[in-house]
Design a protein around this ligand. Structure first.
Ligand code: FES
Length: 177
């Protein structure tokens, strides 16, 4: 993509160094291990009740055209912010490069319930936000499939234990990909 402008680039501010946010200023002054822990606090990991992953603007747009994914992501981010649901508001959000369904998108998945959704354009995302993320009810008309993940038990042995194995079943089998 060298030489081409990113589709979301602002022609007025492009090339002008962006001012760092207060978060970025704070994090830039910390060593990486503390910066990561502080960022986890700032985005509300400790209070999270649900996490939505949305395939948006992936490297190889297959489930939906790239522009449709970008619009969907912008809408989701904006609504979570407007409703005070992100950054300690109990909903985590992640823009995924690809969720491996690659059809009938934009594709999203909400955990912990493991509900996968199709055609997540803004009207569908609004329903997912209101009905599922806030109300705890699955939006059946747009549900692709459901697979609640059963694992996830961790030992509270130390402040760092959430990355440790709690027994033979929890032993890591290799690098996470
Ligand atoms: S490109 Fe969206 S799920 Fe693969």
């Amino acid at each position: 993509m060298s030489g081409s402008r990113h589709p979301e680039a602002d022609p007025v501010t492009e090339g002008v160094p962006r001012r760092r946010s207060p978060w970025e200023e704070e994090l830039a002054g910390l060593p990486p291990n503390l910066a990561a822990e502080r960022k986890a606090q700032l985005i509300g990991v400790a209070n999270a009740r649900r996490h939505i992953f949305l395939c948006a603007d992936p490297t190889k747009p297959k489930c939906a055209p790239a522009e449709r994914g970008r619009v969907a992501w912008k809408y989701l981010k904006g609504r979570l912010a407007e409703l005070g649901l992100q950054d300690d508001g109990s909903i985590l959000r992640t823009r995924a490069d690809c969720l491996r369904i690659c059809a009938d998108g934009p594709i999203a998945v909400v955990y912990p319930e493991g509900v996968w959704y199709r055609r997540c354009d803004p009207p569908v995302l609004e329903r997912i936000v209101q009905e599922h993320l806030l109300g705890g009810r699955v939006v059946e008309e747009h549900r692709l499939t459901t697979r609640e993940l059963a694992g996830g038990v961790v030992s509270p042995r130390s402040p760092h234990s959430d990355l440790e194995s709690s027994g033979p079943e929890g032993a890591a089998s290799g690098p996470d990909r």
